[in-house]
Design a protein around this ligand. Structure first.
Ligand code: BGC
Length: 736
């Protein structure tokens, strides 16, 4: 098919806010829609005109669709199978609504609990994020709808998001901020990737050739399309040259692209490649099997309820939960009646229906209710008094607390982890009036529990659970199902304990990722910082025992880890068994341990299951800046199996031969590096031994000498002649 220059230029920019451009009858326009936890198809999506509402993006007025649990919740399920089913359901609705590409999942790492958009992301851990994200992509694409993984990359805050430069060293990038994208690209083959708004080390992601071309396509083999985040392109020629194929939404600059090609400022071949990728995306989604366009709102609501149930995390329980039959239960808190179930911004979905926990509990067991506080945080003594009275007449008070809409959203970051003061004041008074208080939380980003949780007999973290969250919470409170969510992020005791605290959200257009690889539990567990609740934590209504850990070598740097999990309690429940790889160093040179595998296992009381998880060299590797690649050092490591990062039940020490990498030596390598080198070290030692008048080196002098570059011994001597030094340096030069 022969396209004119103008047609090719038009393909690399949207045809409207939510469409790609059609070219004659040869390339159809594709419809793109947010994402990530429900289809947000604006009612008037044809033109993107603001009309009288001023809402060009159609944030408030979209066609009803199922609001599944946002990623903060779905991630907490630790259940990729479930995430895949949610992805497939999203695709079913997408097809019915004529949507070709879903703008999700969002897989940025939760660097700080303050990020206003954390509700759209899975975890502080890259492995968990990658596995959950890949499952969603595979689910979406199983029906031939494209997934668009976002925001590539290092988009970990909302403050100044369109300009800020995330200044981060390469090892941290490779080990923390890129692996989830890499895993998803390699394992799930997303049709599209969306670039981030921010700059990465000074260069906007939308024109970052290293990110978009060298890494994404070159190293990882991505074969799909890269589109911009909405409005992320500042220089379209530079963006095209860097590897960005599609600018969204259009800025009316096609003529400039044509002129740039004609003036020789943009090679036409670059445009050919980008336009070709838009055409290929169209071919991919249009090649999908036919679909009757039907989906059942009821079945999807049920799936949303199942996912919500799997996602809430029981933080604390003295035995009050599940609520025993026959108790007088008071439900308190405006959020029980007016649930907060999703976050604000581009992901906001108009739900097909909405369950409230109050209605669900009322129907099931007939409860009393008082709202207790106003959502706007203005103190209301009358509401508080009524709630305390209602609590006093009950055996158990179930108090719904949480962040109001205005507290967290896309577009800005929080400045505190605290719940609204009126809510904490209410909890204190309710606890004084009723012997047992169960707190149910609704929040997209982590909230502090310090200073109030001692007033609660149980705390159920309900995140933002989607449209069926209310019914799901009732299922868990009443014990028709056991909680099975686990924390995907640490709950710190204090904001100041967050590793990036002194480097968030930056200033003067830069945010320094000064904490490096020490994000979340990688920081807390290395330093042994006290936390409120650790990564991976979550209780249930049963107990689990772990036994019989076996680590079998299946190849070079390949192992199969197997262990048994048994339900030793009285109820059916699910356990999330976690595998960490640990390096025990007195003076840490890397995070103490990192999550490398997990399995969610459902067991009846008395039943047990054997869990098998693979482990590879990459799981042990660190990024080596010197090598420009991954490196596995020889030596011992520990396989840890546990129920959280702080609850390790089984351990096995294993040894790896390393990956055979020999660091390159030069004259500027230190004596210590030379001596540590498996080949050159031997030669050097022989030379040292053979030196005339040689006697045992003074240990203090040797320690001092270890840090000195070899070449300096030409003048320092210390047992090495200039000739020996020159010979050694010449020998490694010839070999490299
Ligand atoms: C968000 C994206 C979203 C896009 C379209 C942007 O502001 O960052 O996540 O997909 O808008 O709504």
């Amino acid at each position: 098919m022969k396209l004119s220059l103008e047609e090719k230029a038009s393909l690399t920019s949207g045809g409207g806010t939510w469409h790609t451009t059609a070219v004659r009858d040869v390339v159809p326009a594709l419809t793109l829609s947010d994402g990530p936890h429900g289809i947000r198809r604006p009612r008037d999506s044809s033109t993107g005109s603001t009309g009288s509402s001023g809402d060009a993006l159609g944030l408030r007025d979209s066609v009803p669709a199922t609001c599944f649990p946002p990623a903060v919740a779905l991630g907490s399920s630790w259940d990729p199978g479930l995430a895949g089913r949610v992805g497939a359901a999203l695709a079913g609705e997408a097809r019915a609504l004529g949507v070709d590409v879903v703008l999700g999942p969002g897989v940025n790492i939760k660097r700080s609990p303050l990020c206003g958009r954390n509700f759209e992301y899975f975890s502080e851990d890259p492995h968990l994020t990658g596995v959950m994200g890949a499952a969603v992509v595979t689910g979406i694409q199983s029906l031939g709808v494209g997934a668009c993984v976002k925001h590539f990359a290092v988009n970990n805050q909302e403050t100044d998001r369109m300009r800020v430069s995330a200044d981060v060293d390469e090892q941290t990038l490779r080990e923390i901020y890129l692996p989830a994208f890499e895993h998803i690209v390699r394992e799930a083959g997303p049709y599209a990737v969306m670039c981030a708004y921010n700059r990465v080390n000074g260069v906007h992601a939308s024109r970052n050739r290293w990110l978009l071309s060298e890494l994404l396509r070159g190293e990882w083999g991505f074969d799909g399309l890269v589109m911009s985040d909405w409005g992320a392109v500042n220089d379209r020629v530079a963006a095209l040259e860097a590897g960005l194929d599609l600018e969204m939404p259009p800025t009316g600059t096609d003529e400039e692209i044509v002129a740039a090609v004609r003036a020789g400022r943009l090679p036409e071949s670059v445009l050919d490649v980008a336009a070709g990728r838009v055409i290929r995306l169209a071919e991919r989604v249009r090649a999908r099997p036919r679909h009757d366009g039907g989906w059942s709102a009821e079945a999807h609501h049920e799936l949303a309820r199942e996912a919500a149930r799997a996602s809430a995390v029981l933080l604390k329980n003295d035995g009050v939960l599940p609520l025993a039959p026959g108790l007088r239960v008071a439900v308190l808190g405006e959020q029980a009646r007016s649930p907060r179930y999703q976050g604000h911004g581009s992901s906001h979905v108009v739900p097909t229906r909405l369950d409230s926990a109050l209605e669900s509990l009322r129907t099931a067991i007939g409860v009393t209710f008082a709202p207790g506080y106003r959502l706007d945080g203005v103190p209301d003594p009358e509401l508080e008094r009524e709630a305390v009275e209602t609590a006093a007449a009950a055996d158990v008070a179930v108090l719904f607390l949480g962040l109001p809409d205005a507290a967290e959203s896309e577009g800005f970051d929080r400045t505190t982890l605290d719940l609204p003061a009126v809510q904490i004041a209410l909890l204190r008074r309710v606890a004084g009036a009723c012997p047992r208080v169960v707190v149910v939380l609704s929040n997209g980003g982590v909230v502090s529990v310090a200073g109030w949780q001692e007033h609660a007999s149980a705390v159920l973290e309900g995140w933002l659970l989607g449209q069926a969250g209310g019914a799901a919470l009732a299922d868990l409170l009443l014990g028709t199902h056991s909680p099975s969510g686990r924390l995907t992020e640490t709950i710190p005791l204090r904001l100041a304990d967050v590793p990036c605290h002194l480097h968030f959200p930056g200033s003067d257009g830069h945010v320094l990722y000064g904490e490096g690889r020490y994000v979340g539990y990688r920081h807390h567990d290395t330093l042994g910082t006290e936390v409120a609740y650790p990564f991976g934590h979550g209780l249930t209504y049963s107990r689990f025992a772990y036994s019989d850990l076996e680590v079998r070598e299946t190849g070079t740097n390949e192992w199969l880890v197997a262990f048994t999990v048994a339900n030793t309690g009285e109820r059916a429940a699910q356990e999330v068994a976690q595998l960490y790889v640990a390096f025990e160093e007195e003076q840490p040179t890397r995070p103490r341990h990192t999550l490398r595998g997990f399995a969610k296992v459902g067991l009846e009381p008395g039943a047990s299951a054997r869990v098998r998880l693979p482990l590879t060299g990459r799981d042990l590797a660190q990024w080596s800046v010197e090598r420009g690649g991954w490196r596995v050092d020889p030596g011992a490591f520990v396989v840890e199996i546990g129920a959280s990062s702080r609850d390790i039940r089984l351990r096995a020490e294993v040894t790896t031969p390393g990956d055979g990498y020999l660091p390159e030596l030069t004259g500027m390598s230190t004596l210590g590096e030379w001596l540590a080198h498996p080949v050159c070290g031997r030669v050097l030692r022989e030379r040292l031994r053979g030196a005339p008048g040689d006697s045992e080196p003074d240990p203090a002098l040797l320690r001092l000498a270890l840090g000195i570059p070899l070449i300096k011994f030409r003048t320092f001597g210390l047992g090495l002649t200039a000739q020996v030094v020159d010979d050694l340096v010449a020998a490694v030069r010839t070999h490299s």
